[in-house]
Design a binder for this molecule. Structure first.
Ligand code: SUG
Length: 448
């Protein structure tokens, strides 16, 4: 038999498909106002949430994206409330008295260990595809999320979960989270974008602060969650050759842009971004153009068209930009964008203009949005080759039948509504634990 042509061999071995792993919204989804610098979290703190509706909204988004032909998976929620954290902090007694004691003495702590924040899987990890790493494996670094306590208790369990979902060590390399310190603050893929044209690949890392520059620019009001040192360490340990590091505008962080994915989104040759996304936006775009060549398509939204405040309110840039099978792109935007005429006009311009974006799909993830998590926050992008795709643990791949079973599971186990004051109810904790056991039977994964 004759050899296949060289380009065909290249395609077979190297062609990447992006698989999105959405966080399945957990049964304790609630509004506790925990995230400093996240305006939606602040504004909805203390309100009643709707966990069942939240999980069904997330599932509907996954199904719609899968129907576009984009491979779709999910990460099961981490068990909450995380009573082992309370015990490690010196609280004692049986579960009921433990919960009552913490509610009486430190209700914020109870909300922190109960938060369903692992649903925002854009913060679960940074992932580098095997085509781009020195050892030819897919690399994962779980984010340490050290900026806030309710998220800082996620990384260990997330790392274990990822190693169960991507088990084959010849294909997948799992790192531990970076040391949890101000110097290495890491919030995962929310601050990383992989861009690619025929001319090259760029791993575009955006950080809020460079720790080693005490006199460098930094936000004044709100924390910069991602450091340059963390992004550099990830690029180094993953063996990435083509990285670029850019500082986020500190003023944007102070207006509520707590991650880069609130102000820019990109995939392939397209980057959508706000004029004030970066510290020196024109220089950043010039450098990207130099590296990616003439087919790179930067699509900017000016401050005059849409203010940063409106970006934060609508979450336009927290849309998912999905590449579909015919090579065109679909923008999966929050329903809140459809409701805003200015934002809708910007989306129309992208679709009508000479861009690969052919369609906008409005998605309702309102329950998550009210805690500052849009469509893109809810997903972790994992670019995989065909053989790597086949090696993913099948219990978390969203087939029609798994989606049906997950839907029935949500209907069976989730509270309709939840207020932070309900979090000390020992019946809730027991019910959630039972729900996790039932989910493990569907996914074949025990989440620790
Ligand atoms: O870390 N909200 C999350 C939202 C994360 C969004 N992710 C991305 N942009 N990629 C956060 O601020 C709110 C929890 C509460 O207040 O109850 C919260 O954790």
């Amino acid at each position: 038999m004759s050899e296949p042509p060289v380009h065909w061999k290249y395609d077979l071995q190297m062609h990447l498909r992006e698989m999105n792993f959405d966080g399945l919204v957990g049964p304790t989804h609630n509004y506790a106002g925990l995230s400093l610098g996240n305006i939606a979290s602040r504004d909805h703190g203390g309100q009643t949430s709707h966990p069942k509706a939240a999980a069904l909204q997330g599932l509907a988004k996954m199904r719609d994206n899968a129907a576009l032909g984009v491979p779709q998976g999910f990460l099961p929620p981490l068990p909450r409330p995380e009573l082992s954290v309370l015990r490690s902090l010196g609280y004692e007694g049986d579960d009921a008295s433990l919960l009552a004691n913490v509610q009486a003495t430190d209700p914020v702590l109870l909300a922190q260990v109960s938060s369903a924040s692992c649903m925002w899987t854009a913060n679960a990890a940074t992932v580098s595809p095997s085509t781009d790493t020195a050892d030819g494996r897919v690399h994962f670094t779980p984010a340490n999320l050290r900026a806030q306590f309710h998220r800082a208790i996620e990384p260990h369990a997330t790392g274990k979960l990822l190693s169960k979902i991507f088990p084959d060590p010849s294909m997948f390399r799992h790192h531990s989270p970076l040391p949890a310190s101000d110097q290495y603050g890491d919030e995962g893929a929310a601050n990383h974008t992989r861009l690619e044209t025929e001319d090259g690949v760029v791993h575009f890392f955006v950080y809020g602060v460079e720790h080693r520059q005490p006199d460098g620019l930094r936000p004044k009001r709100y924390p910069a969650r991602q450091t340059r040192e963390a992004s550099e360490a990830i690029a180094r340990r993953h063996g990435l050759a083509d990285s670029m590091f850019a500082q986020q505008s500190p003023d944007a962080i102070d207006l509520g842009v707590f991650h880069n994915d609130v102000i820019s989104v990109g995939t392939g040759r397209v980057l959508l971004f706000h004029e004030h996304a970066f510290l020196n936006t024109p220089a950043i775009i010039d450098e990207l153009r130099d590296r990616l060549g003439p087919t790179f398509l930067p699509l900017m939204v000016g401050e005059g068209e849409l203010s940063i405040e409106s970006c934060v309110a609508s979450y336009l840039f927290n849309s998912q930009l999905l590449e579909v099978e015919d090579g065109s792109m679909v923008l999966v935007a929050p329903g809140e964008c459809e409701a805003d005429e200015h934002v809708r006009r910007i989306c129309d311009r992208w679709v009508e203009g000479d861009t690969p974006i052919q369609r906008v799909v409005w998605t309702d993830v309102r329950e998550s949005m009210q805690n500052g998590g849009g469509p893109a926050c809810l997903r972790l992008r994992v670019p995989l080759t065909e053989s790597e795709l086949e090696a993913v643990h099948p219990g978390v791949v969203l087939t029609d039948s798994i989606a049906e079973r997950i839907e029935a599971w949500i209907q069976d186990w989730y509270p309709e509504s939840l207020h932070p004051k309900d979090l000390a109810d020992p019946m809730l904790a027991q019910r959630v634990a039972d729900a996790h056991d039932a989910l493990a039977k569907i996914t074949g994964i025990d989440v620790e």
